[in-house]
Design a protein around this ligand. Structure first.
Ligand code: RB5
Length: 146
């Protein structure tokens, strides 16, 4: 059984709990890294905890949520092993897996409605990476020229 991690800040709290329930309903084991209350918190702390779980192999994939999805996706993407896609629609949810091998999906709790987010989550979890020409490009994501 695969483990899916989830984390978010106060701006994503309602959507996060909806997505967490759906992850379990789909039959995955859930690793909930918080936050789980309405108090104001700092989204990088939660993004970093989730990134650590995914890059360390504790979770196969991850879901992050903040108010816009922007801050938490930027924070998650500060690790070379993390490919976090901020998604707003089904096309993005599919292509971030097929083309980018995204291992984390980000949502904005204040920007994306529950039905769209749930559809995107299902697609993200159910879609495989296409490999082929995309594998060369994805490889370059982990090795930027510095
Ligand atoms: C918190 O108010 C908000 O700034 C945060 O959830 C997120 O939208 C940041 O990118």
């Amino acid at each position: 059984m695969s483990i899916i991690a989830i984390a978010g800040d106060h701006g994503g709290i309602d959507l996060k709990s909806l997505l967490a329930k759906e992850i379990e309903a789909l039959g995955y084991d859930l690793l909930d890294l918080g936050t789980n209350g309405p108090e104001s918190v700092d989204y990088p702390d939660f993004a970093y905890a989730l990134a650590e779980a995914v890059r360390g192999g504790k979770a196969e994939r991850g879901v992050v949520v903040c108010g816009s999805g922007i801050g938490i996706s930027i924070a998650a993407n500060r690790f070379p092993e993390i490919r976090c896609a901020l998604v707003h629609d089904a096309y993005g949810a599919r292509t971030c897996r097929e083309h980018n091998d995204a291992n984390v999906i980000a949502f904005g709790g204040r920007t994306t409605g529950p039905d769209v987010a749930l559809e995107c989550l299902r697609i993200f979890l159910g879609t495989e990476f296409e490999g082929g020409r995309h594998a060369r490009r994805v490889g370059k994501l982990s090795a930027p020229p510095l």
